[in-house]
Design a protein around this ligand. Structure first.
Ligand code: HEC
Length: 147
């Protein structure tokens, strides 16, 4: 009697194991679910660690005058594309530029920034802090990604 129940128990174990191994079609993930998961992941990746301050630090109208009259436009071009990215950053092709925090951009304009053969001189000797803020406001308003 004891042997029989043992055999039956073994049979049950084997049967269960066989069922588990049954080549149950591996259900491919529901496409909608997958897309949602991908989206969630992408959203997570795109999320900046700390949102940059991309507000207008000054008056864009006053800044337009500075941009046009104080030399910014010579390098950056009326269209903000730096003459094809040759004389300055191309704000259209390099949107990450204006995605930077005001603090960083004001620092670049104030103290200058160089990359390879492209040079932006420091403006602290020629423009006031307010003029630099106004000029950046115009650049942001005119060439920043429209949200
Ligand atoms: C002599 C040419 C020149 C002038 C004048 C000039 N820039 Fe630039 N600017 C550049 C170059 C070149 C770069 C990009 C350098 C690089 O690729 O890092 C740049 C970059 C910038 C950036 C992005 C900085 C960053 O950190 O990414 C801003 C904003 C900017 N300029 C605004 C201005 C404003 C406003 C003025 C006028 C007050 C001005 N520029 C005048 C050449 C110029």
């Amino acid at each position: 009697m004891r042997n029989l129940s043992f055999v039956l128990a073994m049979l049950l174990v084997v049967a269960v194991a066989a069922c588990k191994k049954d080549p149950a079609p591996n259900p491919s993930p529901n496409p909608t679910q997958k897309a949602t998961a991908d989206k969630a992941l992408a959203g997570k990746k795109a999320e900046p660690k700390k949102a940059a301050d991309t507000s207008l630090p000054g008056d864009p109208l006053a800044g337009e005058k500075i941009f046009k009259e104080k030399g910014c436009m010579a390098c950056h071009g009326a269209d903000g594309r730096g003459n094809g990215g040759v004389t300055a950053a191309d704000f259209v092709k390099e949107p990450e530029r204006l995605a930077k925090d005001n603090k960083d951009l004001l620092h670049s304009i104030t103290n200058g920034i160089t990359k390879g053969s492209r040079v932006m001189p420091a403006h602290k000797g020629t423009l006031s802090e307010k003029q630099i803020k106004d000029a950046l406001s115009y650049v942001r308003k005119q060439f920043g990604s429209k949200k």
